[in-house]
Write a protein that binds this ligand. Structure first.
Ligand SMILES: Cc1ncc(COP(=O)(O)O)c(C=O)c1O
Length: 355
């Protein structure tokens, strides 16, 4: 099997791929509803929530759109320190919301005090923040931001994009007081793309009742109404849900703590290796991602050429994202990857650098 060290889509285990090949069922049948319910209940454990987890036949961006449509009549705060946070801002603007953008340098974490100052007036209905910026390999201090916001603006809903971190590192939805946490299937969950999952708090659903023009496909109240009947309003991504059901068993049998430790050990290995090779990490110490590392391309490596070299060994890594293309390159360490894979990749990069 080739090894994808790109931050999604990532390699999917063969058994999980094959689970998609199960015969279809009528989606309103009892047989399918049992699987749908089972998968969404198991998913609650990944999010550390006792509240519901919505399964959406969309990629993660669909759930970014759901947040802005369901929780905001007027004003939203978008915390932006990377490309995907900026996408969420764009999604809100294109849905006609009044968005205050709180910009940070891309190599700086979102600062809890600045967020608290921005929501203090009490007119911000919801804020958006990306937990793990895949574009920069920076992990934002979501727990601290949520705490700071609660103190000054307890009604502001906290919406978190955990697309590239959920199941690779601990995100405690309920304990941290998060209202909406979304993720995509093709990242740390190691499933094929096409499914999004989101944990939704009770108060977020209460707020949605007051919001007009939530749309239809991503109306969380409609999704919740059907979820209570173990289904979804439109036809679910059935094959992906078969795969999710199995993958959640695999994840839970690995054990969440073991899984987090595996990701963290791989992150440490990549980050230490880079520093030992005179390459610095884009994200500052203390805020480095557990699932993807962006390394500054201080050696001016031709990333396309490096990837062509790696591809002969059936491996690929990712160039920098957007404005960081060629200025950084990214090594993902998520999903099904293990330390042996990371070691093989790093050895191959060393061989390339020697040449
Ligand atoms: C942090 C983050 N948010 C959002 C997205 C968009 O997710 P999707 O492609 O599943 O819509 C990505 C995709 O890479 C991402 O990394």
């Amino acid at each position: 099997m080739s090894r994808l060290f790109v931050p999604g889509p990532v390699d999917v285990d063969d058994q999980v791929l094959n689970a998609q090949a199960q015969p279809m069922l009528p989606h309103r049948s009892n047989e399918f509803e049992v699987i749908f319910q089972r998968a969404s209940e198991k998913a609650q454990r990944l999010f550390f929530t006792k509240n519901r987890v919505i399964l959406s036949a969309s990629s993660g961006t669909g759930m970014q759109e759901a947040a802005v449509r369901n929780f905001v009549n007027k004003k939203l705060l978008a915390c932006v320190n990377g490309a995907f946070a900026n996408r969420w801002y764009d999604v809100a603007i294109s849905n006609g919301k009044d968005v205050e953008k709180l910009d940070f340098e891309w190599d700086e974490p979102v600062n809890p005090e600045r967020v608290a100052a921005a929501v203090k007036k009490g007119d911000i209905e919801a804020l958006t923040i990306v937990h793990n910026e895949t574009s920069t390999g920076l992990q934002n201090p979501v727990k601290e931001v949520a705490e700071a916001v609660r103190e000054v603006a307890p009604d502001t809903l906290i919406c978190v994009d955990a697309v590239s971190s959920l199941s690779g590192t601990r995100i405690e939805t309920d304990a941290w007081g998060l209202d909406f946490v979304l993720t995509s299937s093709q990242k740390a969950l190691a499933l094929p793309p096409g499914l999004a999952l989101a944990a939704v708090s009770d108060r977020a659903l209460e707020k949605a009742k007051t919001v007009k023009n939530r749309g239809w496909y991503f109306d969380l109240l409609l999704l919740e109404k059907h979820r209570l009947k173990d289904s979804s309003p439109a036809t679910p991504a059935m094959s992906l849900i078969f795969a999710l059901d199995l993958q959640l068993d695999r994840i839970l049998s690995e054990g969440l703590e073991n899984r987090f430790a595996r990701h963290s050990a791989m992150a440490k290995r990549v980050q230490t290796w880079a520093e030992e090779h005179d390459l610095s990490i884009y994200a500052p110490q203390g805020y480095r991602s557990q699932t993807v590392t962006a390394i500054k391309n201080e050696l001016e490596i031709d990333i396309a050429d490096l990837n062509a070299f790696l591809l002969k060994r059936e491996m690929r890594l990712a160039n920098g994202y957007g404005p960081l293309k060629n200025k950084t390159f990214r090594i993902a360490h998520m999903g099904e990857l293990h330390m042996e894979d990371i070691n093989t990749l790093l050895e191959a990069i060393e061989e390339y650098l020697k040449k």
